[in-house]
Design a protein around this ligand. Structure first.
Ligand code: NGF
Length: 292
């Protein structure tokens, strides 16, 4: 599974003001990530794509557009997780037929599912397709925390090849790295990429790589080479950028920054609000300072 290592942008999706998908915009975001951010791959249908607010048909359409625009130039991961596991299976089959290199699924959320139910969810999804699966663990949004041993139980299924680790628990990250040296671990918090890389992650999946992909790769490569001080300098600039983005509204600001780079990134989808004039103004300042 070494082919899946590297820097993956969590794909932003361009929506029109009425919430419909802006296909031209999505294509431009995909190309910007490939041509200008030089990413190794895209994570399609994640939190960053505002995926959990979409219909099944819309999710499929985004998988299709991303695949078509990426033209086999990079690796593609399709996030198919949903608390409707039947939808997840349908999406897993769809993405696999499109040629996605792997699928991923968020831990089922909202209800307090038992670990055995979570395990059954993952096995049901991946056993329905001839593909590989990456667990999407994001406890601060899902409330689902899993132990080293529970990850091991999921990894007993050979088609479950790794985890996207969006957590600040570096003790757990280190324990996972030691216990499962041959599974893929992706760092999920861009602002903590350097410590995660020092602990040996295989790659990173992040929203801010849509605008900061070049610096993200520098941090990753420098850390792998042991050039920690140089990597830290770039992480400092990156985190100045990320904290400015977070203060101004994460996805809305990323979209404004893309627009300033000439990419038709559109709007967020309800219930997320449309961008205010003040947010647009602040995005210009952020762009001039860190992105231009
Ligand atoms: O946006 C979130 C959740 N997390 C992303 C990333 O882990 C999510 C992270 O890049 C993702 O990959 C996806 O599913 O789309 C952060 O946005 C970033 O580190 C800033 O905090 O809040």
């Amino acid at each position: 599974n070494a082919d899946m290592r590297g820097i993956f942008s969590a794909l932003l999706v361009s929506y029109n003001e009425d919430g419909s998908i802006n296909e031209k915009g999505v294509r431009e975001i995909v190309r910007h990530n490939i041509d200008n951010m030089k990413v190794d791959g895209l994570y399609v249908g994640g939190s960053t794509g505002e995926n959990f607010m979409l219909s099944t048909e819309e999710k499929k359409r985004i998988f299709e557009i991303a695949k078509d625009a990426a033209k086999n130039e990079i690796k593609l991961i399709a996030q198919v997780g949903s608390i409707n596991v039947y939808e997840s299976v349908e999406l897993a089959k769809f993405a696999t037929e499109l040629g996605y290199d792997a699928i991923s699924a968020v831990t089922p959320f909202y209800y307090k599912f038992s670990f055995n139910e979570i395990k059954d969810y993952y096995n049901t999804i991946i056993d329905s397709v001839d593909n590989r699966l990456i667990i999407y663990s994001i406890p601060f949004l899902t409330g689902v925390d899993m132990s080293v041993e529970q990850f091991g139980e999921l990894f007993e299924n050979e088609k479950i090849i790794g985890v996207k680790f969006t957590a600040a628990d570096f003790y757990l990250l280190e324990r996972l790295r030691k216990a499962y040296p041959n599974h893929l671990i992706y760092a999920g918090f861009d602002e903590m990429m350097l410590p995660a890389t020092v602990l040996g992650v295989d790659g990173a999946i992040g929203s801010t790589f849509n605008v900061n992909g070049i610096r993200a790769r520098q941090i990753f490569d420098l850390a792998k080479e042991g050039k920690i001080e140089e990597a830290r300098e770039i992480q400092h600039i990156t985190n100045d950028l990320i904290s400015a983005i977070l203060s101004n509204g994460l996805y809305a600001t990323l979209k404004e920054l893309l627009k300033l780079s000439g990419v038709d990134a559109g709007y967020c989808r309800k219930p997320m609000a449309l961008t205010t004039d003040a947010q647009v103004e602040e995005a210009k300042n952020i762009f001039d300072k860190y992105v231009k």
